[in-house]
Design a protein around this ligand. Structure first.
Ligand code: H2U
Length: 348
């Protein structure tokens, strides 16, 4: 018998983190008797007077949102990181701690309470990209900031507290654990080969065409070879770029288009507003060029089989390493074959 990645259990290496994922494709053939129902469509009003992100409304801290017309950023009223704290910490034998300065912002993607990224026009999403970049310029210039994490938590299942389309920025002194792993892997590859890890990976993917979902002139959307979440995906810029502030106007539009395209396909998969945590990993804002880095946007969606059946990272995944059943190639194919038209606009 010859090894076949579509049938036989195997491990795949995540070149960006140096970690392994267990793939068990034969398990996706097992019978399923659980739930498969669709969720009812959640129609929201364009404006909700109880929403703390809608224009003109009052936030919990008492501040009023302006009557914003496109995008809007504000300092998180319950910021997890603070800028005005003394430095210090504990080094007591095996107990170590260190003060961490930083700041947190909330980014409203639209004044419309009823929209999500896949329901917005590319032009509106481009304004979100512009705002991310403006924020990176502003926050990155602060001397106590070395890392900026942009992310979007979408859907109650991901712990998102409000359906109004929004994301967050957490910026801080240290490079957090996940981007730090990517930093180490990209640097090691650069020092060994002189090449850019993700761009070299992209050339291989472009040749194989097994996991690429979409590309335009400047961006590629793919399911990574080492994906952990069932429908995990990445957006990678085609040009060498360590941080998102390097993007020109055309590239910003291309990112907005890719973000919209992928999320429409996601929503169409199970005809539901597809939940995920997505975010941008980029080089630290520490004044060093970081030749080794290629910024990228990663999507981690939990849904596995239907609008209600999600994957749990428990048991072996918590104690051993992540595991998946359907192959990344199968997932890419499933996403690719979805309509480019959002299912809600087809229902109108
Ligand atoms: P989620 O993306 O997890 O839903 O978070 C929304 C953020 O909005 C959350 O971090 C903040 C919360 O602290 N927030 C405010 O800054 N002001 C408010 O009035 C309510 C919520």
């Amino acid at each position: 018998m010859k090894f076949n990645a579509n049938d036989h259990s195997h491990r795949r290496l995540n070149i960006l983190t140096g970690e392994w994922v267990q793939v068990s494709p034969h398990r996706s053939k097992r019978p399923w008797q659980g739930q498969v129902e669709k969720l009812s469509v959640d129609r929201r009003p364009e404006y909700d007077d109880k929403c703390y992100l809608c224009p003109t409304n009052e936030r919990i801290g008492g501040e009023l949102n302006p009557d914003y017309k496109d995008v809007f950023a504000f300092t998180n009223d319950f910021a997890a990181l603070q800028s005005d704290i003394p430095s210090g910490g504990v080094e007591n034998g095996l107990m170590q701690s260190k003060s961490e300065r930083g700041l947190c912002k909330v980014i409203c993607f639209s004044p419309r309470h009823d929209l999500t990224i896949p329901e917005m026009e590319t032009g509106q999403i481009k304004l979100v990209v512009d705002l991310w970049i403006d924020q990176c310029h502003e926050i990155g210039a602060l001397d106590f900031i070395n890392h900026i994490q942009i992310f979007e938590n979408k859907g109650a299942v991901m712990g998102c507290s409000n359906p109004h389309p929004h994301g967050q920025i957490w910026a801080q002194e240290s490079v957090p654990v996940e981007p730090a792993k990517k930093q180490a892997q990209q640097l090691a590859y650069f020092e060994k080969t002189g090449g850019n890890l993700l761009l070299d990976y992209l050339s291989q993917e472009t040749e194989l065409q097994e996991r690429i979902i979409f590309e335009n002139d400047h961006m590629v959307v793919l399911v990574p070879f080492w994906a952990v979440w069932p429908y995990e995906a990445m957006i990678i810029p085609k040009r060498k770029m360590s941080r998102i502030i390097g993007m020109n106007d055309e590239e910003r539009v291309a990112l907005a288009e890719a973000y919209r395209y992928l999320t429409i396909k996601y929503d169409n998969l199970f005809e539901t507003s597809f939940p995920y945590s997505a975010g941008i990993h980029q080089a630290p804002y520490d004044g060093v060029p970081h030749e080794e880095w290629q910024w990228h946007m990663t999507f981690y969606p939990p849904l596995l089989r239907s609008a209600t059946v999600k994957k749990f990272m428990v048991g072996y995944e918590m104690l051993g390493n992540p595991q998946r059943d359907i192959t990344p190639e199968f997932a890419a194919q499933r996403i690719k074959e979805q309509s480019e038209m959002h299912y809600l606009s087809r229902m109108d």
